[in-house]
Write a protein that binds this ligand. Structure first.
Ligand code: SF4
Ligand code: SF4
Length: 194
């Protein structure tokens, strides 16, 4: 993937975004970044990213919200923690990537048809509503939302596996769904307060 070298202007900034991210527990040290590039150097996936981890740290701190939230980088991050271990300023880069992912999903600005954010969203929705992940249904939803043509191509295989009982579109549920709903509502309320 080609690294973006587009010139950025002050007017592109969303004032306060960097401060907001740095106020999240675990993300505070971003302010200490010296732009040494160690994170980009050790990241096994940086060559495939549109912005390197170092660039994501700089863009976040300098309020370039739209650029980081729409970038592929945050979704390509494999959470290997190599950058976090090696950062000379002890910045928790991986956790900042998670924070950016959450914000991208919340604002619906992640790259459309890119499988990773769609998978994350479908997975979370399933757990919140049913307390269980039904793999067959999850994979089917993922294909339909990101690559429906490929889904059609796999329909025959899916039907065959369903006949033998090795694939199912049935949604599994936990027994105490009312308790789960209460837990989810409490967590949501606490997040709003925070
Ligand atoms: S390794 Fe740490 S200090 Fe260096 S650029 Fe990356 S985040 Fe900044
Ligand atoms: S945690 Fe993510 S950004 Fe950091 S080195 Fe691993 S893949 Fe790269």
């Amino acid at each position: 993937m080609e690294i973006k070298r587009t010139i950025k202007y002050q007017a592109d900034r969303v004032r306060g975004f960097g401060r907001e991210v740095m106020s999240v527990p675990g993300c505070e040290k971003l302010k200490d970044c010296i732009q040494c590039g160690t994170c980009s150097g050790v990241c096994p996936l940086s060559i495939y990213m549109d912005f390197t981890p170092r660039q994501v740290m700089a863009l976040t701190r300098e309020d370039f919200k739209n650029e980081v939230l729409a970038s592929h980088t945050i979704w390509l991050c494999a959470s290997c923690y190599a950058c976090t271990v090696e950062c000379p300023r002890e910045i928790r880069i991986t956790d900042i990537m998670y924070e950016l992912k959450q914000r991208a999903i919340h604002e619906g600005v992640y790259p459309k048809r890119f499988p990773i954010p769609v998978l994350a969203q479908e997975f979370t929705t399933m757990v919140r509503q049913h307390g269980r992940v039904s793999e067959g249904l999850l994979v089917t939803k993922l294909y339909l939302k990101t690559n429906p043509i490929a889904a059609l191509g796999m329909a025959k295989l899916g039907m065959g596996l369903m006949k033998t009982g090795r694939f199912s579109l049935k949604q599994e549920n936990i027994k105490q769904r009312a308790d789960l709903a209460r837990i989810v509502a409490t967590v949501d309320n606490e997040s709003v307060k925070a």
